[in-house]
Design a protein around this ligand. Structure first.
Ligand SMILES: [Ca+2]
Ligand SMILES: [Ca+2]
Length: 343
């Protein structure tokens, strides 16, 4: 009897020991995971803070550039000689490597041009739909039906819920989403359109640098726009000779006046009102910019893409209107669009 009781006690002790060691192991495992997670979060936050600091430096560069321009009485922005148009190569800062670049968003095709605001309504502009068709046709090799896509974009933005053109799509055509019926917040909304074709081919991400989504009525900066965008906006109205005239005019020095540009013989085919309409779409300086910052700490990477508006009028400030932490799938965009010199 006594021997049997001792045997039981031993088994109980052994079982307790086994349970305790299992518990111990679980606690250590969870603690380790918790620490790793906390460390990851801290590291992420650290990279974010570094990126924000770099963003402030870029913002100051843009403000300095504007003051410089105002002092010189030349409100002109191009992507070659301007103070803001620099690319910071990977540079060490404390325990991080920082690289950054700045781009002009007004050198891109603004998707919101497709509508104009009239009495609280967003009304489509057929001329602009043609321009977008032309640009998609020329730059998006995967998209076989450019006019369908451009018309769907117009329906996506216009206030009504009627498919106005032969092609297009409003709420009834979309199964899983609704159309916003208001200006787009980001060019990636193009991807949400019914006719946008997703292919297996790796997409040429540089193409996205030709599009943007800015407030209605912002002008196209002729000094930073790549030839394809100029061709869509200017070429569709005034012909390719006019596009060549712009490329020629900005070769040596940035264009400083749209009115002087319009006197070029290449624009003579336009009637006076067409000329003034076209002139109103164009500009030589910019308010909207993008800052890209890459941060590396201990082999871990983060990219912050900030978009900001640089106010140039009295009492206007410069402020960030969007921030996006994006994956590092592509190199930093240069100041001048990769297509800038390709003709
Ligand atoms: Ca609509
Ligand atoms: Ca519509």
């Amino acid at each position: 009897m006594k021997w049997r009781q001792q045997g039981m006690a031993l088994i109980i002790v052994l079982m307790l020991f086994a349970i305790l060691s299992t518990l111990m192991l679980e606690i250590m495992f969870r603690q380790d995971r918790f620490l790793t997670r906390a460390d990851n979060l801290l590291q992420w936050d650290k990279r974010y803070q570094y990126a924000m600091a770099a963003e402030v430096v870029a913002q100051q560069g843009l403000i300095d550039d504007l003051q410089d321009d105002q002092n010189n009485n030349a409100l002109v922005d191009d992507c070659i000689e301007e103070q803001w148009a620099v690319q910071l190569p990977p540079s060490p800062y404390e325990d991080a490597m920082l690289s950054a670049s700045v781009q002009d968003l007004q050198g891109r095709f603004n998707l919101n041009w497709l509508v104009t605001a009239q009495n609280d309504q967003f009304v489509r502009d057929p001329q602009r739909i043609d321009q977008l068709t032309r640009l998609i046709d020329a730059t998006f090799p995967d998209q076989t039906n450019a006019s369908r896509l451009a018309n769907e974009m117009a329906d996506w933005l216009d206030s009504n819920n009627i498919v106005d053109g032969v092609e297009g799509a409003e709420d009834p055509e979309y199964r899983s989403r609704r159309t916003p019926n208001m200006p787009a917040a980001h060019e990636s909304e193009l991807r949400a359109l019914l006719g946008f074709q997703v292919t297996d081919q790796p997409e040429n991400s540089e193409v996205w640098g030709l599009f943007t989504a800015l407030p209605l009525g912002t002008t196209l900066n002729v000094n930073t726009a790549p030839p394809q965008v100029l061709d869509a906006v200017v070429g569709s109205l005034a012909g390719t000779a006019a596009v060549q005239a712009i490329l020629e005019a900005r070769k040596e020095e940035p264009i400083t006046e749209i009115s002087t540009l319009m006197q070029n013989a290449a624009f003579n085919g336009l009637k006076a009102n067409q000329k003034s309409d076209l002139a109103s779409l164009l500009g030589v300086s910019s308010e909207y910019f993008q800052v890209m910052v890459d941060v590396e700490v201990d082999g871990q990477l983060s990219r912050l893409v900030s978009r900001l508006r640089r106010g140039s009028g009295q009492g206007q400030t410069t402020s960030v209107f969007s921030r996006q932490v994006s994956p590092l799938l592509t190199p930093l965009e240069p100041a001048c669009n990769p297509f800038y010199n390709v003709q």
